[in-house]
Design a protein around this ligand. Sequence first.
Ligand code: NDP
Ligand code: HSE
Length: 441
Amino acid sequence: MNQPVRLAMLGCGTVGAEVVRLLHEQSADLAARIGAPLEIAGIAVRRIGRDRGALPVDPALFTTDALGLIKRDDVDVVVEVVGGIEPARSWLVEALRAGKSVVTANKALLAEDGGALHDAAAEGGGDLYYEASVAGAIPLLRPLRESLHGDRITRVTGIVNGTTNFILSAMHATGAGFAEALEEATELGYAEADPTADVEGFDAAAKAAILASLAFHTRVGAADVHREGITEVTAADVASAKAMGCTIKLLCIAARSADGPGREAVSVRVHPAMIPLTHPLASVGDAFNAVFVEADAAGQLMFYGRGAGGAPTASAVLGDVVAVARNRLAGVRAASESAYADLRVRPMGEALTRYHISLDVADRPGVLEAVAGVFARHHVSIATVRQAPAGGGTGGDGGDAILVIVTHVAPDAALAATVRELHGLDIVRSVASVLRVEGGI
Ligand code: NDP
Ligand code: HSE
């Protein structure tokens, strides 16, 4: 058995406490798998006196001096489960520059300034692993950065936020509105007291940036990701999706497409979208996560599991700890960041999407022609049109009708301009619902 590999734990909250517990419970197996025991050199927290229950660890290991702990010569690996941008960024840059390996679950930091961490890792020669930052327990980043490195990934479509998936699944199952479903999610402990990061899509956008960077060998940051949350999704939208044999999910979508002769670009977006009930992501319910990857040679792959929670996230953290510990013992490091492709990131207006538009219109001759003319002017091709009398009447009596239009793929800017013009038509009483459509209906 080799000398112990010594860990500096930064944070001991929901995830950190589970990492500590598993390190203790699995210590013999982990040592056998690595070829050396893992030892905790210290645990940096904000409040030394906090009640941490029956954590199987020497209380003397706790400190509030994170930087002092990181700088210690007997620390080989830094495990960061604190979260946020600062001071986590300064700590991890310091650790990486000093040649230590880093394992982090910090998606916000990776999406905000992952480049600084990768540059510091390249400078110091240590490893930077972050499997837990996207989709919790699901092994996803390692397959993207290793197993699929011989392939060409074309598209990644994911449900990467458990809170919003719980809310949208509840709205679909019960017909509840957003506020009611959020209340249920809060009562059951899925949504945090301040749910902004989840329901406004910030959490999913950070994860989308990390996935796109790995899939397309391009640095993509949170600012490059088009983001819309689910607060505007109504019970009527969900009913409209159901009527089409669909459901609504908050999707993160990263896709590559041609960008002129011999060039490609990527679009990275997070927004609610209708998907058919037959799509593999439609059956992902509750607070589960799933990511659907499409690649030239591999075809379609689906990764599914728990995207959050102390123990599931700790599983991913420990997998990374084992990997970096083995690398240190072998005197090697993992392949460094792959950002050679440096593809242009498209603005949302250029993203190729489809819309489902539900209009309340006057039911009289020429209305369909006027509506279709708006789509034609913006070069948006209509795929299907369905008309029903508003309020369930027989129609054709000069009253209102509901027109449901689904488009073919078009640039998002053309679709948005079409909807804006529809709003201004006097024959359109209201634009009842506008949703993007994914997954081929
Ligand atoms: P918690 O808020 O539960 O824990 C944060 C920990 O960091 C606490 O131990 C806290 O100390 C410590 N801490 C906070 N600020 C400082 C500081 N300035 N100096 C030293 N220690 C500090 O967070 P989570 O465990 O939920 O999340 C940790 C990371 O994991 C985040 O990046 C999060 O995005 C990510 N993640 C979390 C998931 C989850 O399900 N919770 C899922 C996937 C990723 P103290 O205990 O004294 O308060
Ligand atoms: N808040 C996140 C979610 C969990 O609801 O999925 C951490 O990534």
